[in-house]
Design a protein around this ligand. Structure first.
Ligand code: NAP
Length: 357
């Protein structure tokens, strides 16, 4: 039985919290909440369960450390506050507490992460004899496990394209995702954070470069491209209300280029409502979202992953899967050698233990 703290209960965190409460092999011992409206409330209430757990949310990190958990599931918004997030992660790791996280997406490929991330976190793992593992659905699954599955079916690959094609209309996250992607901006507005040169390549370039390393391929460059779509009519949806002339869809990609040709591409086609950017690609079979890998080669392989849920929107189902990517490795991470863990370090059969209950 692993004793676990859930850190934050946002889009991803509420699903990891539910999973921890439900699983017989994990014991919830603490919950962090930053928001004063959540502090003092029972964990069950914070993830929509009826039966109280007796575990009450706190904003006191030292009190959570004092509980001596085996692992923290860290799902706080971190890309907008990386230095503060590093400080929080360092506290847990140097106290000997393992961390699995959906946050700090740069660490999905930890060996290629910049020194400002690797050094403090690596040192904290070293001094605390603890491990840190970061993953999700995208970046994460679509650029590692899904690609590896596709590549296992070919004798030769000439190109790899990873796509997330999603309708974010019902994704209730304007503050980070909506703003960062620039929904609702006019052509004359300043670019949002994602489109500042180098930001996309910092977030999705890691998986591109990591695949190149794994394939033994030398890339000449890793580049980014962005296309915006401005709506001619007003769009009202959960993510945002977008007025005519404002951005309601975006297509962006990070490309690993060799001899002038993009050989490894990670692309996002993100629209608000199905009517936006009608000339761009849609998920197959009338679905609202897909994580797709296409390997051109011998033979051609196309994998389309659709996550869905009877009660939740597909973007929220994607958050459940993001939670799964990290909750499912808790036991293994607790047994792992200290340090920053990459997905390729984990034997794949290990991540399904405890799932059927
Ligand atoms: N790789 C993937 O596939 C993938 C997919 C989805 C998300 N993510 C990543 O996972 C993380 C969480 O995403 P999300 O959509 O769940 O985020 P979110 O709902 O926007 O925010 C998560 C939580 O961050 C907490 N927070 C905000 N400011 C804080 C602060 N100063 N100190 C401590 N906590 C703070 C809030 O906690 P309280 O509620 O307690 O106030 C909030 O609930 C992000 O870093 C995101 O990039 C990755």
């Amino acid at each position: 039985m692993r004793r676990v703290v859930q850190f934050s209960t946002g889009n991803v965190g509420q699903h990891s919290l539910r999973a921890i409460i439900g699983r017989p092999d994990l014991e919830l011992v603490g919950v962090h909440a930053a928001s004063p409206t959540k502090v003092g409330r029972d964990a069950a209430e914070l993830c929509g369960l009826d039966e109280p757990t007796g575990i009450v949310a706190t904003d006191d990190i030292d009190a959570l450390i004092a509980l001596g958990p085996d692992c923290v599931v860290y799902t706080a918004q971190a890309e907008t506050r990386p230095m503060e997030a590093i400080e929080q992660l360092v506290k847990f790791l140097s106290a000997g507490i393992n961390v699995v996280a959906s946050s700090m997406v740069w660490l999905v490929t930890p060996r290629l992460a910049d020194d400002w991330l690797r050094e403090p976190l690596g040192q904290a793992c070293e001094s605390g004899d603890a491990s840190l593992y970061v993953n999700g659905i995208d970046p994460g699954y679509s650029g590692d496990t899904e690609v590896h599955s596709a590549l296992s079916l070919v004798t030769r690959a000439t190109s790899i394209t990873v796509q997330e094609i999603f309708d974010y209309a019902n994704y209730d996250d304007y503050e980070f995702t909506g703003k960062s992607m620039g929904f609702g901006l006019s052509p004359e507005d300043e670019d949002p954070i994602f489109y500042v040169p180098g930001v996309l390549t910092s977030m999705w370039g890691g998986p591109v470069r990591n695949l190149a390393v794994q394939l033994g391929v030398e890339l000449d460059d890793v580049t980014q491209r962005i296309e915006r779509w401005y709506t001619p009519t007003r769009i009202e949806c959960k993510m945002a209300t977008v007025e005519p002339g404002q951005m309601a869809a975006v297509r962006f990609a990070v490309e690993g280029v060799r001899d002038g040709v993009a050989v490894i591409t990670m692309e996002h086609v993100t629209r608000l409502t199905a009517g936006a950017a009608p000339e761009w690609e849609y998920p197959p079979d009338g679905k609202t979202g897909v994580h797709r890998v296409v390997v051109e080669g011998e033979p051609r392989v196309e994998l389309n992953t659709h996550v869905s849920h009877p009660a939740l929107d597909v973007t929220e189902a994607g958050c459940v899967s993001t939670a799964a990517r990290v909750v499912n490795v808790i036991d293994w991470v607790c047994r792992a050698p200290k340090g920053l863990i990459a997905v390729e370090d984990i034997p794949q059969a290990e991540v399904i233990r405890g799932l059927m209950w």
